[in-house]
Ligand binder design. Structure first.
Ligand code: ZN
Length: 295
């Protein structure tokens, strides 16, 4: 059996796993994201300690990152506001130790690839994976390829209509204030309502407003990317009743314009949670490794 390594690199924690897929995870470890040296060191040690070597490693990471193979900074985390992590050579740190193919992409593109291979996007070629948690990020597969383009999508940072009378909260994004992430990520909910999202009761107006912002964004993504399905992951989406509200409001916003049964009649199968649950990220990293290996 060929084994692969996966690294889900988040701003607060790293998850590393070795295996070949969801039914075959041989080892897994998670640890806090500290300095690049210490954090990469722990990941490298984990893979070196495995009884069998990995044939390729996949990395799905927070960013922004450089995904252009022709760029001298390919494989770097580029300009993150996370202290100590700007301009960090992620792929190089692995390459110095492991002589195997290395797949590298954003955390959300990796999750999208994992969902495509084993989860809620099997059989599709154009879809969206969006996570709404500590931040908001989107990965997309477009006609069979993960979308990179100029750098890679930054779907959390688009501006949405913001009615400041109804919602005076000025937003939490350090770059834009009230972009989608600034209005609707977990920390924005906490900033607006003064308590953590997971403690807000089902009848709290927070959920209606949250669904409003998410559906505004989704209706844009539907018209721009024409995804065959939208997968919504991240801790905030576990909020009570949020999925039905988001589906209903997205339908309302599109207002019958996109005339397909997926949206008009079968929206519950169109806007869905991840098929891999909270494992999309690390399994996606293994899927990236498999892709880099050529299988
Ligand atoms: Zn922003």
């Amino acid at each position: 059996m060929t084994l692969f390594g996966g690294i889900e690199a988040g701003g607060t924690k790293f998850v590393c796993a070795v295996g070949s897929g969801p039914e075959d995870i041989r080892g897994e470890i998670r640890f806090p994201t500290t300095t690049p040296e210490e954090t990469f060191g722990r990941a490298i040690e984990f893979f070196k300690d495995q009884p069998e070597p990995v044939s390729a490693i996949g990395v799905g990471t927070f960013g922004p990152v450089d995904l252009n193979p022709k760029s001298p900074k390919f494989g770097y985390i580029t300009m993150t506001p996370k202290p100590g992590w700007a301009n960090t050579d992620f792929v190089g740190a692995l390459r110095r130790v492991f002589d195997v193919p290395i797949g590298f992409d954003t955390d959300v593109n990796a999750a999208a690839l994992g969902e495509h291979r084993w989860g809620a996007a099997q059989g599709l070629d154009t879809f969206l994976y969006l996570t709404i948690g500590t931040g908001i990020g989107g990965g997309a597969m477009v006609e069979g390829n993960l979308l990179h383009g100029l750098i890679h999508p930054e779907m959390g940072h688009c501006y949405l209509p913001h009615d400041r009378k109804g919602d005076p909260y000025s937003g939490s994004c350090p770059y834009h204030g009230d972009c989608f992430e600034g209005l609707a990520c977990g920390p924005a909910m906490e900033g607006r309502w003064g308590q953590r999202a997971e403690t807000l009761p089902a009848d709290h107006p927070a959920w209606e407003l949250e669904a409003e912002y998410i559906s505004l964004a989704l209706s844009c993504y539907v018209t721009i990317l024409s995804p065959q399905r939208i997968i919504l992951g991240g801790g905030v989406m576990e909020g009570p009743g949020l999925f039905p509200l988001v589906r209903e409001k997205t339908q309302q916003k599109l207002n019958g314009y996109v005339q397909v049964p997926e949206i008009l009649d079968k929206i519950a199968a169109y806007i869905v949670p991840p098929g891999l649950g909270n494992k999309s990220g690390v399994l996606g990293a293994i899927a990236l490794a498999r892709q880099a290996y050529g299988g």
